[in-house]
Design a protein around this ligand. Structure first.
Ligand code: GTP
Ligand code: MG
Length: 561
């Protein structure tokens, strides 16, 4: 995979921009030392999960008529319990998430709820914490819809984001603006955990000791508003109990036997899926995808608007989520870079919503992590180093794989890397624009390239199941597109017209905003060569220059009058 000629010619420019970025590092350094101080205050992954779960168990999800009066609604709920927090949002109707001070408050409210009487249909009398608020005529009086403040659960469109980014004063700030615009909000995180808790109640009708835990981008710190909700049915609380011997006797449960662990997982997911489909209020469009490598049931939870993927026996994925969470917490530049790279990849068609030979968000995140481990000095430690820092409580072996690494963030010493985000983003494009994917494999455990053990176009070693490649699905064509787009973006990022915010009206894309303009997929065939990456980018630069000339904010500002 070779660099385009235009990229080679402009390679020297990279050092100029690197020097500029280095100067900015001095300023960044002071800011960084302040941020690093706060790392000690950050909670471990398990602590966050535990607190959020407990909060969700004290919460109700209530569908409200659009003319609900907030004050009357709260007064009604407060008669039976102590409302701690609440918010309203819209998804196929208006909903309220209400958190109470105690679980007993929730039980007390539920005592007042009734099963609806349906005139032409029949109700499945499954009681859950998803309720509907009914108002009498009095409650409906003069309460216009606009009186409810609705929390948004969707992210801005890329077009609106670009407008926002154009107003940024530096590329570093643009990366932070993008992260703020896309990341999950406090309310959205609460809603995600509440949906897990509601689904757990359904699964608990078969397995009372079970848990349903979120994993993936809902909890790893890299979730974008609107991302799916990955769920894991955890039955370990049931099977881990050791037999209690009384005298010479002990009892064990008679159980159904299945030929393999996978068959047992498929059977459990099938039944729980059926139960969610038949009895789960708000759960629609359930599909059982039980023959996948990792069997799952997929459905929409309408009241939250989440697409849910429920898996079981998938503990390694939880460990991956914990590891990514840890990396994201160690330095806030990690999240900013991942969000920006993911967004760039989406607009450039490198990732897709449709499963296929594309790179996935997870793959891209691993690539960012590896790139940051390779900086000099490294920004984040290798997984091997995190393993060395682990305490006895962190010990974790799954299916013979050692998944141990430190969970206490305060034990991970701060790295000395002070590069600016602008420098890192450019570095990412250059690193992968030049990476020898033919020969090398990406290994975040060692933080070093390894010789590729197999012929897949892209090889990223699964950090916990060493024989697996997390990017096995990616084909040569998609990898080439990624590499070429990295090269184009590195080139573009170094152009003066793109790299400087000298745009008085704020309507001409610059910096990160310019990188988020879709570049057409690089042409493969010779007859399409006229539309080469270089010529497309030249066109873009021409249009940027001419619009700048038009608005009077010419690029050549430095000439004295
Ligand atoms: P988005 O949903 O795209 O925002 O990101 P995500 O990280 O949640 O990805 P996804 O929903 O596709 O997968 C959920 C989780 O499953 C990931 O975070 C990983 O922990 C795990 N996962 C996904 N794909 C792979 C894979 O190919 N190999 C391994 N080992 N784990 C994967
Ligand atoms: Mg996901």
């Amino acid at each position: 995979l070779r660099r385009p000629a235009v990229f080679k010619r402009l390679y020297r420019l990279q050092y100029c921009s690197s020097a500029r970025a280095c100067a900015k590092n001095v300023a960044a350094e002071t800011e960084l030392s302040v941020k690093k101080e706060h790392c000690g205050g950050k909670k471990s992954f398990h602590k966050v999960l535990e607190e959020r779960k407990e909060e969700a168990e004290r919460s109700l999800l209530i569908s409200c008529p659009s003319n609900t009066c907030e004050k009357t609604f709260l007064q009604h709920l407060s008669r039976r319990g102590d409302v701690k927090k609440y918010f309203f949002y819209e998804s196929f109707g208006t909903y309220a998430v209400v958190e109470f001070a105690k679980k007993e408050d929730v039980l007390s409210i539920l005592e007042t709820a009734s099963i609806p009487y349906l005139q032409h249909e029949a109700a499945v009398p499954f009681k859950s914490r998803l309720l509907s608020l009914k108002t009498d005529k009095l409650g409906n009086m003069s309460n216009p819809r606009s009186s409810l403040q609705l929390s948004s659960q969707t992210s801005v469109s890329v077009n609106d984001l670009i407008k926002k980014l154009n107003k940024g004063y530096s590329i570093d700030q643009q990366l932070h603006l993008l992260t703020e615009a896309f990341q999950l909000t406090e309310e959205n995180i609460r809603l995600r955990f509440l949906v897990c808790s509601l689904l757990r109640d359904i699964a608990a009708s078969y397995f009372p000791e079970c848990d349903i835990k979120p994993f993936g981008s809902s909890v790893n710190g890299f979730g974008k508003l609107g991302c799916d909700l990955d769920l894991f049915l955890d039955l370990d609380g049931i099977s881990e109990t050791t037999p209690k011997q009384v005298g010479s006797y002990s009892l064990e449960y008679q159980v159904k036997r299945k030929s393999t662990e996978r068959a047992a997982t498929q059977s459990i997911l099938s039944v729980i899926g059926e139960c969610i489909d038949q009895f789960g209020p708000g759960c629609v469009g359930l599909q059982k995808i039980l023959n996948a490598r990792c069997p799952l049931v997929r459905f929409s939870h309408q009241p939250s608007g989440f697409q849910c993927d429920l898996t079981a026996n998938n503990r390694v994925a939880i460990k991956s989520s914990e590891l990514l969470y840890l990396y994201g917490q160690l330095d806030e530049r990690v999240r900013a870079l991942v969000f920006s790279v993911r967004c760039w990849a989406r607009v450039q068609g490198i990732t897709s919503n449709i499963p296929g030979a594309w790179l996935t968000n997870f793959t891209l995140t691993m690539m960012v992590v590896f790139f940051l481990q390779k900086r000099s000095p490294p920004m984040i430690p290798t997984l091997d180093h995190l393993q060395k820092l682990a305490g006895p409580m962190d010990k974790s072996v799954m299916d013979g794989n050692d998944c141990t690494f430190v969970s206490d963030l305060t034990k991970v010493s701060v790295q000395n890397n002070t590069e600016s985000l602008e420098h890192l983003l450019l570095g990412f494009f250059e690193f992968y624009g030049n990476f020898d994917f033919n020969k090398l494999s990406i290994d975040i455990r060692k933080g070093k390239e390894q010789t590729k053990p197999e012929a897949s176009p892209l090889h990223i070693q699964n950090p916990f199941q060493l024989s697996l490649n997390v990017s096995k699905n990616v084909n040569t064509k998609q990898l080439q597109r990624f590499v070429l787009l990295c090269q184009e973006s590195a080139w573009l990022a170094q152009q003066k017209a793109v790299a400087q915010p000298n745009n008085a009206t704020g309507d001409v894309p610059w910096g990160l905003a310019a990188l988020l303009l879709p570049m057409t997929a690089p042409a493969q065939s010779k007859k399409k060569r006229r539309d080469s990456p270089a010529s497309r980018i030249k066109d873009l630069l021409e249009s940027l220059k001419s619009s700048k000339s038009k608005d009077g904010s010419n690029v050549e500002k430095s000439s004295p009058k």
